[in-house]
Write a protein that binds this ligand. Structure first.
Ligand code: CP
Length: 306
């Protein structure tokens, strides 16, 4: 039985296979409309979500399956102190596959170790968010047509940003990727990502607090929110939250074919005036997330559509 806890659980070939299936779903949605007939997805979300939970649910409905949902800790027996392990064993009696979000790093792995059905990590604390990475990769694939030879800027909260950690990991499989890591000093990429991914594999990267310096060189700009929920101290959050705001003026020196991504939700870090710019890809990214989750559900349930 396969789970998806971390993007490293998928080989490069498997990621490319998921992208191919997602592209086929986009081109031929009718072919897939009954693929999961009789199957049930349980979405267990112990932390807030709009896109991930609803896109998993939309994905399962569009595959002809059914959905069981826990949308908050307070509405489940987690509020009475039930463990993640017992929840996973219980839900395995009702569903065929689980997508789980939890505020604690490692919770999805605990669920996978105790469930008798596949478990998908839909975000575990500040650790990983592999299905967001699949959405990001499909977006880069559709916008740029390649993963090699790209200069990719990450901007905002690179410390707690689980989507950043997963995407750096995924892109590090490709050739000639240059990373520009733009963040306040306090929110730099964790040292284990630098040590185990960037330095170990000899990637070219710069860390900077200067938002504009590298703008003309970027092929992809991945903006992120400073996440209030990850701070212990409200004062630090208030001091850092508006460190980098992307405005039309700041894009003046950017490439004509820059792709601007953001996992969303957005707070202030991208001005709404950018939404009309053809380089803004973040709502396309939302849609791409649903297609990649459809492809992933099929893969983990072992369903092949001819
Ligand atoms: N990108 C993302 O994970 O969004 P949600 O928190 O709304 O699921």
């Amino acid at each position: 039985m396969r789970n998806l806890i971390d993007i490293v659980d998928l080989s490069t070939g498997e990621i490319e296979e998921l992208i191919a299936v997602a592209c086929d779903i986009i081109a031929h949605p009718d072919k897939y409309s009954e693929a999961c007939h009789g199957k049930k997805l349980a979405t267990l979300f112990f932390e807030p979500s709009t896109r991930t939970r609803l896109s998993f649910e939309a994905a399962m409905y569009e595959l002809g399956g059914h959905v069981l949902s826990v949308s908050s800790s307070s509405s489940s027996s987690a509020a009475k102190g039930e463990s993640v392990a017992d929840t996973a064993k219980t839900v395995s009696c009702y569903a065929d596959i689980i997508a789980m979000r939890h505020p604690k790093e490692g919770a999805a792995l605990v669920a996978a170790n105790n469930a008798s059905i596949p478990v998908i990590n839909a975000g575990d604390g500040g650790h990983c968010h592999p299905t967001q990475t699949l959405a990001d990769l499909l977006t880069i694939h559709r916008e740029k047509g390649r993963f090699d030879n790209l200069t990719v800027g990450f901007c905002g909260d690179l410390k707690f940003g689980r989507t950043v950690h997963s995407l750096i990991n995924a892109l590090s499989r490709y050739e000639n990727i240059r990373f520009v890591l733009i963040s306040p000093e306090e929110l730099k990429v964790p040292s284990y990502i630098k040590r185990d991914v960037l330095k170990k594999q000899g990637f070219s990267y710069v860390q900077t607090t200067d938002f504009e310096k590298y703008m003309p060189e970027l092929d992809v700009l991945y903006m992120t929110r400073v996440q209030r929920e990850r701070f212990f101290n409200e004062e630090d959050y208030l001091r850092l939250k508006d460190s980098f705001i992307l405005t039309p003026a700041r894009l003046k020196r950017a490439k004509e074919d820059l792709s601007i991504l953001h996992p969303l939700p957005r707070v202030n870090e991208i001005s709404v005036a950018i939404d009309k710019d053809p380089r803004a890809c973040y709502f396309k990214q939302v849609k791409n997330g649903k297609y990649m989750r459809m492809a992933l559900i099929l893969k983990l349930l072992g369903i092949e559509v001819k």
